[in-house]
Design a protein around this ligand. Structure first.
Ligand code: HEC
Length: 195
């Protein structure tokens, strides 16, 4: 009896595994990760950076004198749209990197990450991905709030941190093989900034 149960349990586990590793069909998903990046996240992030960077003071913070009501409203609006896009990404039920025949950036160059590799990374930790998408949404919510309050210091600091929020996820799911290298470069950057 016991051994039967064990076999049943094993079979169930194998079935479950088979179910998991089955490629989710791209046509079933409303949005692929590649579409989220290229059509929403990257495009709107550029709008946030455009307003923020135009008002950057020499110490990399937003200079309130370079802002006006219209610019604050524009920053709040772009941050809110990015927040919504990131929230949408955090709620994707199936994480599919892209549709058949579509290639991701650098896929075809030597050393570039392939779609299959990214798909494997997504399948290995889908909730980790959703959590990082949620973190981006939270960061954008904070920027929108700071912009609505015309808080130049806080908004400037948060805009300066966007890169890191994007990079955290790219390092886990896009090019984890470069983690050590990127950390080293970032550490050198911090050292240089201290000098
Ligand atoms: C929750 C995870 C996550 C976050 C957060 C994230 N990305 Fe991505 N991004 C990915 C993954 C995975 C890929 C690889 C798939 C691809 O290239 O489409 C990618 C790819 C990209 C690409 C290359 C798209 C291409 O042509 O293949 C760009 C550009 C990009 N991200 C920009 C950004 C920017 C800007 C931010 C921050 C505002 C950001 N990403 C935040 C996961 C994320």
């Amino acid at each position: 009896m016991t051994s039967h149960r064990m076999i049943f349990a094993l079979a169930a586990a194998t079935l479950a595994l088979g179910g998991c590793s089955k490629e989710p069909a791209a046509e079933d998903v409303p949005m692929t990760v590649h579409e989220a990046m290229t059509q929403h996240i990257d495009v709107i992030a550029d709008e946030v950076w455009a307003v923020g960077n135009a008002a950057m003071a020499s110490d990399a913070l937003i200079d309130p004198k370079l802002m006006d009501d219209a610019k604050w409203a524009k920053l709040a609006d772009a941050a809110t749209r990015l927040q919504n896009a990131a929230t949408e990404m955090s709620m994707l039920k199936k994480l599919v990197v892209n549709r058949p025949g579509v290639t991701i950036s650098d896929e075809n160059i030597e050393g570039g990450t392939t779609s299959e590799q990214v798909q494997k990374n997504l399948d290995a930790d889908p909730d980790g991905f959703r959590g990082m998408a949620g973190a981006l949404a939270g960061h954008m919510g904070d920027i929108a709030a700071a912009a609505k309050a015309h808080d130049a210091q806080r908004a400037g600091a948060l805009v300066g941190q966007i890169d890191g929020v994007c990079e955290n996820c790219h390092l886990e799911f896009w090019y984890p093989q470069q983690k050590d290298l990127v950390k080293q470069i970032m550490a050198e950057g911090d050292e240089a900034a201290k000098k």
